[in-house]
Design a protein around this ligand. Structure first.
Ligand SMILES: Cc1cc2nc3c(=O)[nH]c(=O)nc-3n(C[C@H](O)[C@H](O)[C@H](O)COP(=O)(O)OP(=O)(O)OC[C@H]3O[C@@H](n4cnc5c(N)ncnc54)[C@H](O)[C@@H]3O)c2cc1C
Length: 263
């Protein structure tokens, strides 16, 4: 059984994140890491492998990103993935979801027949939450997305998907594309043994040429939408303090709320 887990390298949310002059995210000069939401995807991939003890299962961690994105694959290998693939090419910079899904799909096809593609609920930077669905379309596979619980048996999968008013149980037949939420189970920390073992695991680097993708199909120039402007969030202003000195506080408070149309 072949499981491909998608691992995106994103700017660290606690770092001083910047945009480039062309309004793309600076992914090079800012500390980055494996998207936290993709750690859940790695965890579920590893749990599926562990629960199907005795079967030959390979978990491959796949990223599309700049040189530094290798760190996302390394983290997945440290957690327990068997091998890694990093697609890196200058032409990919500035790609939209459509181009990103194209490159991911071509890489998955190059990896050979796949039973399960597992992604996160969204990346923690762009957060479009569309790449797994686009990937399913490109690969001609069904998709079961936003799973909070995942169970597999043979070629069958059952997931729970929590909505605002109901929880759905959805069944599917492999191969398919799965995405998991942050409710699917706490992601494991790499152990010292895992960190040491990861150093010897295979990690391949592929370019667009290796995937037969034309540079004109990806990058900012091929994006279907463009960010035209960005602005820093204005600093928070001090709130208005209503001081109740003569018993008129409640009235002043009500008037304030009414003026803001809260009541
Ligand atoms: C400042 C800024 C500017 C942008 N400008 C544009 C623009 O001009 N035009 C435009 O169309 N888009 C733009 N985007 C959107 C962005 O480039 C794409 O949405 C992004 O490349 C892929 O989608 P996502 O990260 O939203 O993935 P999501 O759909 O949120 O990701 C879901 C899951 O897919 C997988 N995944 C996604 N990307 C990768 C990857 N690279 N490698 C491995 N797995 C992955 C992960 O498992 C992830 O959890 C911009 C985003 C930002 C933050």
């Amino acid at each position: 059984m072949n499981i491909v887990v998608l691992v995106k390298y994103v700017p660290d949310a606690t770092a001083d994140r910047q945009f480039e002059d062309d309004f793309t995210v600076d992914r090079v000069n800012v500390d980055g890491l494996l998207s936290e939401l993709d750690e859940y995807a790695v965890e579920q991939s590893l749990q599926i492998k562990e629960k199907r003890d005795g079967e030959e299962i390979t978990v491959t961690a796949l990223t599309v990103g700049p040189q530094a994105a290798e760190a996302a694959v390394r983290k997945a290998l440290q957690m327990g993935a068997d091998k890694g693939v990093h697609v890196v090419d200058d032409a990919i910079a500035g790609s939209d979801s459509i181009a990103t899904s194209l490159v991911l799909a071509k890489a998955i096809e190059k990896l050979g027949p796949v039973d399960l593609v597992v992604g996160g609920l969204a990346s923690t930077d762009a957060g479009m939450s569309v790449v797994p669905a686009m990937l399913a379309e490109r690969l001609g596979l069904p998709q079961v997305t936003l799973a909070s619980v995942v169970e597999t048996q043979g070629d069958q999968i059952r997931i729970k998907r929590d909505g605002d008013v109901a929880t759905e149980v959805i069944g599917g037949t492999l191969p398919l594309v799965l995405s998991v939420t942050d409710q699917s189970g706490e992601a494991r920390y790499p152990s010292f043994k895992g960190i040491m073992a990861a150093k010897k695991k295979p990690l391949e680097t592929w370019s667009l040429a290796d995937l037969g993708v034309d540079a004109g199909q990806v990058g900012l120039g091929a994006a279907y939408t463009a960010v035209e402007e960005t602005a820093a969030r204005p600093p928070r202003t001090a709130g208005e303090i209503v001081t109740d000195e003569d018993g008129s506080g409640a009235k002043a408070l009500a008037e304030f709320l009414a003026s803001k149309k809260f009541i």
